[in-house]
Design a protein around this ligand. Sequence first.
Ligand code: UDX
Length: 435
Amino acid sequence: MRVSVLGTGYLGATHAACLAAWGHDVVGVDSNAERIATLSTGRAPFREPGLDRLLGAGVSSGRLRFATALDSARDADVHFVCVGTPQCADNHAADLSALWGLVDELAPMLDRSCVVVGKSTVPVGTATKVGERLRRSAPAGDGVEVAWNPEFLREGCAVEDSLHPDRLVLGVETDTAQLRLREVYAGLLADGVPLVVTDLATAELAKVAANTMLAARISLVNLLAEVCEAANADVADLATILGYDERIGSSFLSPGLGFGGGCLPKDIRAFVARAEELGVSRSTDLVHAVDDVNMRQRVRAVEKTTDLVGGDLRGRRLCLLGAAFKAGSDDVRDSPALDVASRLHRGDADVVVHDPLALANARRAHPELQYEPDLATACAGADAIVVLTDWDDYSALDPVALSAVVRQPRVLDARLALDAEKWRAAGWDVSVMGR
Ligand code: UDX
């Protein structure tokens, strides 16, 4: 089938590569010429395990190509909309300007029947408006159908999540759209991937609902971490105990610095903004609290670092381990680690940031901070080390060897990544979030 993927960020680039792997004839379109040039050579413009291989195979098979001109998508039977919907600069709602820009540019080109499938995360109700707006200006008129097909992929395992999803959600208005999408995903359906066919609004809500549930679990466990600290209990043990309860389960129950990244924070805020627009405002207090508890972990990390160095940050040399929003990624969008680094820097500490992958992106986002790619050099002369991202490199650090290079053997583990007993035995003053 001829398919277009409009917008080639994490979501679009991965989706385009997977569609080509499933045998479709795919064109990926993006206005970012640099990104398109990289993708056209069969390489990913960001780090995503397995994506280079998939892109390379697609491009060399001739089934996958990339272009900056939207006109290249004109002949597709199915158009996947994968443009970004970031948080608005001045409020918590989703910024849909890229989506509407695309819809208005695409509509006049739609002169044959086709399905426009949204994958971008949007406020519920958007899909219906997209359909109305497309049909109003498209030469094919009612031949243009709209469907919504949310994506639940995680950065760092986006390829795996796309090739082996745990569910497939199709929000459709007609059987024609459903049949087209079943054809697109024939391979996944043959593999027995659970399918939920629903209406547009439910499909739109599926993504923000999932992210809100995940975010709520993280904030709940971080609330428990605060209580554990106050009560002299251990949140890691508590999370293990909770995880054995089948009704609760153990995933998304890691306490620490809280959630960040390009999805969870903005999605829960956009969900609340839309719910309140729809008149559901009393119960959204719950999600406001999830956001508040999450942001408070960053403040707590700063307070605990301050305590660790004796109550005054000024002039203290701090080695901050981690800049990425989570291990396995070079993404620093809304990274809790970089936020803490920036707060400590503003508190006049002398900070140096290390990360195995994300330093280039971190430097672009926070040029005022000092960065060091070599771990031992970053730790040298530190008054305290602060673990802010849960990279394995940090869990594997040898506290005995490290105590020889720091000025003071003090560490704050904000991600519960270290073996605290081992560090204490090596003479370190160890502070842990939630313990
Ligand atoms: C998330 C969703 O998981 C995915 O389904 C959706 O499509 C996009 O958003 P992602 O942003 O890649 O994926 O990261 P995820 O692995 O969910 O982690 C989000 C944040 O939560 C990270 O900052 C991570 O460190 C934090 N986290 C995660 C915790 O603090 N504790 C946990 O137990 C799990």
